[in-house]
Design a protein. Structure first.
Length: 250
């Protein structure tokens, strides 16, 4: 739409300037000539700027498309979990978006999908490196912030401070060579490791059925972004003892 409006305005402007040549006959005003040249240069620069914007939008569209494909692949993987696990896809929590949230007998899991390719390793400072290149964005720390905010939201709604969440980053198209503990409190896995990791009872939180049902109800509220959450959170915030807790390392 912006490009079309620019072209329409440019056409009207240039048409008005060029028409001056015909009305003046052989006497072409210098001002009209300079205005036409200047207008043409401005239009050319505007078109260049619009082309850059269109290219940026196209790259963003392709990135979102690849990410959606990756998230769909992970969602299909999670669908293979037993029936006593509950899966929430694309949860828009108060503190940010989570690709997947899983709750079941082995605990509560927040899952982020990265459509990276190549070899994923740790940089020694709790961040990720892909193909020996350190991304400009601290993905692990940002993901942890969202997980901790969501955990606080869940604790506010359940009125329980003994709930923990495991942060998991999944790479469907990459090879993960990050040793345990090298990525801090985020576990980095490939999609074929995901289900066995979630079902592993060795390091699980071992939730009771009543606890699972309670968390499912809370996650349903969060997923729907019910308006009464704000009131519940304000009431909870007024009680002492609620602080940000680190995400459980599992």
């Amino acid at each position: 739409m912006t490009t079309m409006l620019v072209l329409v305005a440019a056409g009207i402007f240039e048409g008005a300037i060029i028409s001056a040549f015909f009305f003046k006959g052989d006497q072409v005003p210098i001002a009209a000539f300079l205005s036409a040249v200047t207008g043409g240069l401005i239009i050319y620069r505007l078109c260049q700027a619009q082309n850059r914007r269109i290219d940026r939008y196209e790259r963003d569209r392709m990135y979102r498309r690849r990410r959606a494909v990756g998230e769909h692949s992970v969602a299909a993987t999670l669908a293979r979990l037993p029936d006593d696990f509950f899966i929430f896809n694309d949860v828009k929590a108060k503190f940010g978006n989570l690709d997947h949230v899983v709750v079941g007998p082995t605990g509560l899991f927040a899952i982020e999908t990265k459509d990276w390719r190549g070899v994923v390793t740790a940089d020694g400072n709790g961040e990720l490196v892909c193909l020996n290149v350190l991304p400009a964005t601290p993905y692990l720390h940002r993901f942890l912030d969202v997980c901790m905010g969501t955990l606080e939201q869940i604790r506010s709604l359940t009125r329980r401070d003994d709930i923990f969440i495991r942060a998991v980053m999944v790479f469907p198209k990459a090879r993960v060579e990050a040793a345990d503990g090298s990525t801090g409190r985020v576990h980095c896995l490939t999609d074929d490791q995901l289900c066995s990791y979630i079902e592993n009872e060795k390091f699980s939180a071992k939730l009771q059925k009543s606890q699972v049902r309670s968390l499912v109800r809370v996650l349903e509220r969060i997923a729907r972004m019910e308006p009464e959450f704000a009131e519940a959170e304000r009431a909870r915030a007024g009680s002492p003892g609620l602080h940000r807790q680190p995400v459980a390392a599992g």
